[in-house]
Write a protein of this length. Structure first.
Length: 322
């Protein structure tokens, strides 16, 4: 049902995995949406999610002028910009700390009503450069815009996700899959649609018990806590391609990661090996999905809907023959 509040929502990183789903949900609710991107053409595919003119790509760089122009006139700003590894000029500090700090400061200067910043679960304990830069980003955001709401999701699943699709593709050609550090790190995977719904609830101020989300951090985990190994086993069951799982000790994983880091889009980096040393689960006492009015969906209901294409013979293929 259309929401007639004429709010304008400005989304940094709206072309990405989370962004695509968030834009789709917010467009359905009738909001006007600006997609802030380095390459406007890369956001054109989002336009059909809305009516004519409802979704507008806006070109933006890292400079204060272009960020100010993008934010100008927005009621709500959402930051989804993130990287998994450093490449060239794209450094963790620049993307995860300095850029959100600049967005937050401009939101404050321009009196934007609401700023939602997406960070990541486990950053306050993480040993990785990724996690530390994200934590510094959270602090910088809250300093510049104290009313900001921060969301910390665990690993996110959904159609076109990075994690399950990558390992599912690997399992179509590889006889075995790697378990970095034995695969004992725990995760609490989150459905992308639940994050989109959380953001919609935050914008509509539709939270249980009149929860005030300003200046708060929400840790978002799904209903299942599973180790890396259990996730790959689940993947094998879902696609019908059960593969041997080979434990790779951390020192060996580091050597492999050092070589893989040289690739244009590395599948594994030294920093990611470090981040696997700490569990990625919601802490006791944290604010969670429940406080955002969401009952998170389980992997077993969602994974088969988009991983069936990896079955031998496609979605209707024979599970046993795979
Ligand atoms: N996916 C997960 O499992 C997961 C888990 C926990 C936390 N998160 C966090 O959630 C947020 C969104 O995640 P996502 O998976 O949707 O991310 P994504 O698809 O990898 O990227 C999001 C956006 O970041 C922008 N971006 C990428 N590299 C950039 C660079 N070098 N400089 C400036 N902008 C760049 C891109 O926007 P343009 O190309 O349009 O400029 C892209 O659309 C991120 O902050 C991520 O850390 C994700």
């Amino acid at each position: 049902m259309a929401n007639h509040t004429p709010k304008t929502i400005c989304i940094f990183g709206g072309t990405g995995f989370l962004g695509r789903h968030i834009v789709q949900d917010l467009a359905r609710l009738g909001y006007r949406i600006k997609i802030v991107t380095r390459i406007p053409e890369s956001a054109y595919f989002l336009k059909p999610y809305g009516d004519v003119g409802q979704i507008a790509p806006i070109q933006c760089g890292y400079d204060e002028d272009s960020v100010t122009r993008a934010i100008q006139g927005s009621d709500v700003v959402i930051n989804l910009v993130g990287i998994l590894y450093e490449k060239g000029k794209a450094k963790f500090k620049k993307i995860h700390t300095d850029y959100p700090a600049m967005i937050a400061k401009i939101c404050n200067d321009k009196k934007v009503t609401q700023f939602i910043h997406v960070s990541a679960l486990g950053v306050d304990k993480s040993l990785s450069k990724y996690g530390k830069s994200k934590l510094a980003g959270e602090k910088a955001v809250l300093l510049a815009y104290p009313k900001a709401t921060i969301l910390r999701p665990s690993i996110v699943f959904g159609p076109d996700d990075g994690f399950f699709n990558m390992f599912a593709k690997m399992s179509t050609i590889a006889p075995a899959l790697p378990l970095i550090g034995g695969g004992t790190t725990k995760f609490e995977p989150v459905f992308v649609g639940d994050i989109a719904q959380s953001i919609a609830n935050l914008i509509a101020n539709n939270l249980p018990n009149n929860e005030n989300p300003q200046g708060k951090i929400y840790e978002l985990g799904g209903p299942d806590v599973e180790t890396f190994k259990e996730l790959l086993e689940r993947l094998g069951e879902t696609t019908g391609r059960k593969r041997a799982l080979i434990s790779i000790p951390v020192p060996i994983a580091k050597v492999q990661a050092a070589f893989m880091s040289l690739a244009p889009r590395p599948m594994l980096t030294m920093d990611q090996v470090k981040s696997l040393k700490t569990d990625n689960i919601v802490q006791d006492g944290a604010l969670t999905f429940k406080d955002l009015g969401i009952k998170p969906k389980a992997m077993e209901t969602i994974l088969p809907t988009y991983l069936a294409c990896y079955r031998r013979g496609g979605p209707f293929g024979n599970k046993k023959a795979a």
